[in-house]
Design a protein around this ligand. Structure first.
Ligand SMILES: NC(=O)c1ccc[n+]([C@@H]2O[C@H](COP(=O)([O-])OP(=O)(O)OC[C@H]3O[C@@H](n4cnc5c(N)ncnc54)[C@H](O)[C@@H]3O)[C@@H](O)[C@H]2O)c1
Length: 321
């Protein structure tokens, strides 16, 4: 199969490309603008690793560039996975425009071409952020959603556009509401990596938001890539569906930090601060629906996966400079 995966220089896109290239014979194509939202050194290292595989082809451009995108679509892709986006919750207070261009305009360029080229399956990244501050735990896909920041709003908008846009077409779409994904090659703007950076680079300050009273449904990247792969051949009955991608295991973030301290026998200086307005206090999703679709029952043990993540960071910390 010919599979297009956008955002291959990013955390989830890279890991999924790598999974397919090492475990299958599919031809993998990726587009990414390699932007500077975080360390480009890390993104380039991910791409360098993918380019070792003969079944990988990479295109560097912005998905807002429709002409370039049209050219790439001359390849008859069988399936598209879309992970390129402006990610991050807090940055949406600083630079909301980048969310509109990457998550709305670029998204629309892509779905227009998917429809035009009659691609049968479209998987795209949504986010747990669509739920906002809801307290109906575990969060279920069919509840009313109310995002509390521009980032979450762009993801809600993606889900709504897709539902109307593909209606009556032959394209099945699956919105993937990811919950706090972590693991090897992770994102430097996320908690675990910010914490590790403050340990490995002593001059980096670590701010603990909401005095540490946040709880997140941490989801390991190896579970995510396995789910994404199983979805490739899964029987999807509805033409448009959204699913939580989460471990259904909410953990207080201070527990994660204490675990890292104990493992590394090191502790950075922590600057505690109040609740930040784009954040939500807790995430905890139900994974009943995705487990049923792909018949997966076991999720990674958080302590084991955290050790693997920290070990990976110990070897690769220089990429986070
Ligand atoms: N990692 C998580 O925990 C998490 C949680 C919820 C949702 N998501 C969503 O999953 C997707 C992947 O997340 P990630 O953690 O891999 O993020 P990431 O930032 O590591 O990867 C996104 C990639 O997209 C590229 N990109 C951004 N805008 C682009 C554009 N206009 N044209 C071309 N390339 C562009 C970036 O350069 C980057 O490499 C995103 O849509 C994100 O919003 C991630």
């Amino acid at each position: 199969m010919k599979i297009l995966i956008t955002g291959g220089a990013g955390f989830i896109g890279y890991n999924f490309c790598k999974y397919l290239l090492t475990k299958t014979n599919h031809k993998v194509y990726s587009i990414d603008n390699v932007n500077d939202y975080y360390s480009q050194k890390l993104k380039i290292a991910r791409l360098k690793d993918l380019k070792k595989h003969k079944n990988f082809k990479f295109y560097k451009f912005d998905l807002c560039n429709k002409k370039k995108l049209e050219k790439v679509f001359k390849i008859n892709f069988n399936i598209v996975y879309h992970f390129a986006a402006q990610a991050g919750v807090r940055y949406s207070l600083i630079n909301p425009r980048s969310y509109i261009s990457s998550n709305i305009l670029a998204f629309f360029n892509l779905i227009e071409l998917i429809k035009k080229n009659k691609i049968k399956k479209f998987f795209y990244a949504s986010s747990s952020s669509v739920y906002g501050e809801s307290k109906n735990f575990p969060l279920k896909e069919n509840q009313i959603i109310s995002p509390k920041n521009i980032y979450g709003l762009t993801k809600k908008n993606n889900e709504e556009i897709v539902e109307l846009f593909f209606k009556g077409s032959g394209t099945k779409s699956v919105g993937l509401r990811f919950f706090t994904v972590y693991g090897a090659w992770g994102r430097p703007d996320m908690l675990i990596y910010k914490y590790l950076k403050s340990i490995f680079f002593q001059r980096t300050k670590f701010y603990l938001n909401n005095y540490g009273n946040h709880t997140r449904d941490f989801t390991y990247i190896d579970d995510v890539t396995e789910i994404l792969h199983k979805l490739l051949n899964a029987k999807i009955t509805e033409s448009n569906v959204v699913v939580n991608i989460c471990s259904n295991n909410p953990i207080k973030i201070t527990r994660i930090l204490k675990f890292i301290n104990k493992y590394l026998k090191k502790k950075p200086k922590i600057f505690k601060r109040s609740f930040q307005k784009a954040d939500v206090k807790k995430t905890h999703g139900s994974n009943f629906k995705i487990k049923k679709i792909i018949k997966k029952n076991r999720f990674a043990e958080v302590d084991i996966s955290l050790i693997k993540t920290v070990k990976w960071y110990e070897k690769n910390w220089k990429l986070f400079r």
